[in-house]
Structure formats: C-alpha cells, structure tokens
Design a protein around this ligand. Structure first.
Ligand code: FE
Length: 135
C-alpha cells in the first residue's frame, strides 16, 4: 500500500519524530527494550513508518529476547532488501525497506525455523496496522 505522501528528506523530517528520522534515514538504532513494539503481540501488519509499505506480519513475529521486534521472515520476500554493513567493526546485513530505502534494522542467521533468520528491526521504523481496531 504505497501512499502518495512526499518522501523527501525535508518532508520526512517534518513528519517523523527525531528518533524515527535518525533511525530510518541515518542508520540509527534504538536502545534495546525501549521501542514500542519489542513486546507487542497485537495481530496486524507492520508498515514502513516512512512510506507505508507492508513490511512484516505479526504472524512471523517472535520473542527473541533481544529487546527489538524480531521476525523470522518479511511479510513478502520482495518487501525488504539487504545491504552488507561493515560499520562498528562487525559484518552484518542491513535490512531496508525495498520501496523507499528506509533503514529498518539487521538480519541475522540465528533465528527460528523454518527460515533460521532473525530480522532484528527497530520499532521506530515501523507502524503497526492492527487487524482489529476495536481492541
Ligand atoms: Fe518504506
């Protein structure tokens, strides 16, 4: 569900919180256990905070104990892209929104089956579209 909002840096800076902007546009990371979704079990779809793309589903969310929302796969394989990230003296795979390029987090290979992947995602990069809005 791509929206028609203006995704320019200036427009994003105006619409997002400073933390959301820093994390999505400057490869930031929220401190563990501080985001609004790390412990969230509400059924729904997690959208890109920047462009509204459907990135992850609560169906694939699990408690990794890391303090960040963790998923074992994206909502659809082509919704996220990854880039080799050599910052901070580590070799990691950065995960970005395939639609707008927003930084989401990283993907690690210590996740649960069936994929064995752990998408470690910042709450600040996401917006939950809950299945049942009346809850
Ligand atoms: Fe996006």
């Amino acid at each position: 569900m791509n929206d028609k909002r203006n995704h320019s840096a200036a427009a994003l800076r105006e619409r997002l919180t400073p933390e959301q902007f820093h994390i999505t546009q400057e490869q930031g990371t929220e401190p563990a256990f501080t985001g609004c979704y790390h412990d969230c079990k509400t059924p729904g779809t997690y959208l890109c905070i920047c462009c509204g793309e459907e990135l992850f589903s609560s169906t694939h969310k699990y408690d990794s104990g890391s303090g960040w929302p963790s998923f074992w796969q994206p909502a659809q394989a082509d919704k996220v892209a990854s880039n080799r990230d050599l910052s901070h003296g580590m070799i990691r795979e950065e995960v970005v929104c395939a639609n707008c390029g927003a930084h989401l987090g990283h993907v690690f290979s210590d996740g649960p089956q069936p994929t064995g992947l752990r998408y470690c995602i910042n709450s600040a990069s996401l917006e939950l579209d809950a299945d049942n809005k009346d809850d």
